[in-house]
Design a protein around this ligand. Structure first.
Ligand SMILES: [Zn+2]
Length: 89
């Protein structure tokens, strides 16, 4: 039996398979980036790839809450870009 690790979305709190979530990571140096590989070291936060969660995360700056620190607009711009590219598929 294969164990599927579930992670919860920081917006809707639903637990999902990692493949359905976008991973955002705070690296050891404090920089917060979108982790396209899912393997970057650091503290991860997850947002659903589909639906409105990414948009809501950007609008409500949900990552600030997840990481308990204000993040730069750059992070949210990246998230918005990622959202648009996924939406375009
Ligand atoms: Zn979600």
């Amino acid at each position: 039996m294969k164990h599927i690790p579930l992670r919860s979305c920081i917006v809707c709190r639903r637990q999902k398979d990692k493949s359905e979530l976008l991973r955002i990571v705070r690296q050891p140096d404090g920089a917060v980036v979108i982790d396209a590989t899912g393997k970057a070291a650091g503290r991860g936060a997850y947002v659903c790839k589909s639906g409105d969660c990414m948009q809501t995360a950007v609008k409500k700056r949900a990552l600030n809450r997840a990481y308990k620190q204000p993040l730069s607009d750059e992070v949210y711009k990246e998230l918005e870009k990622a959202y648009e590219s996924i939406d375009a598929d």
